[in-house]
Design a protein around this ligand. Structure first.
Ligand code: SF4
Length: 234
């Protein structure tokens, strides 16, 4: 399990692979089913852009144990590690307590770099009170929230959430993260059109981010990438 639980890879922007990625999502699980999500390709055995980058598939048959993740982080962390990022295929904050407890442990282990989570931002659908505050207290520095819409109906149509009031809860969580002093980024996919649903322009998303209180420098615009053709698992 460990090869795809904590991993890193070099990129032109990060040639020394200073970011350590933590994958704790079992079975690529997410409460959304975004039209452009490459998770369904990965489930069907087709490679996914993230798995391609990671050089490994990210399938975990079950959620890992706290001790196993901590041990893997100890093994793979080096003096060059500047950031630890919880990412998926799927939604990491469905394992809220596991993520929070690992972040706390990272701090007590003396890691002084950045700690980040990439999320669908729907944690308030399953976690009461103020999850942003809990994460900030644990030591979270940065959060990247996938938004991909500017209104509730549009969100339902693009991201197909399982929960009611998902978009409202997402917007609430964005505001909570800002209020709690977490460096908050919003991400939006552009360039997707399946004939039924079309994403908006970067300018429209920037405008909506401003309404939520997020500055332009914290808006991530991602170009839609169609599925890769080669089979990573073969
Ligand atoms: S929120 Fe992310 S992981 Fe979940 S379905 Fe959408 S794109 Fe996929």
């Amino acid at each position: 399990m460990s090869a795809n639980m904590v991993y890193k890879f070099a990129t032109p922007y990060d040639p020394k692979a200073t970011v350590l990625y933590v994958n704790i999502v079992p079975r690529y699980f997410c409460t959304n089913s975004c039209r452009f999500c490459s998770r369904k390709d990965a489930i069907q055995g087709r490679p996914n852009i993230y798995e391609k980058k990671a050089g490994t598939n990210l399938w975990l048959p079950k959620a890992p144990m706290f001790e196993d993740v901590v041990r893997e982080l100890e093994v793979r962390r080096t003096v060059e590690t500047t950031e630890i990022a919880f990412v998926g295929l799927g939604e990491p904050l469905l394992q809220f307590e596991l993520v929070r407890n690992i972040i706390t442990r990272i701090g007590t282990d003396g890691f002084h770099g950045k700690v980040r989570i990439d999320t669908n931002g729907l944690v308030k659908c399953w976690r009461k009170n103020d999850p942003a505050q809990e994460l900030q207290k644990a030591g979270l520095d940065e959060i990247r929230i996938s938004v991909n819409a500017v209104g509730s109906d549009e969100y339902t149509s693009i991201s197909r959430p399982k929960q009611r009031d998902a978009f409202e809860k997402l917007c609430e969580f964005v505001r909570d993260c800002i209020k709690n002093g977490i460096d908050t980024y919003l991400s939006f996919v552009v360039g997707f059109d399946d004939g039924e649903v079309k994403t908006r322009t970067a300018e429209e998303y920037q405008k909506f981010a401003r309404i939520l209180g997020v500055q332009e420098k914290n808006v991530i615009i991602r170009q839609y990438v169609p599925p890769l053709e080669q089979n990573l698992r073969s």
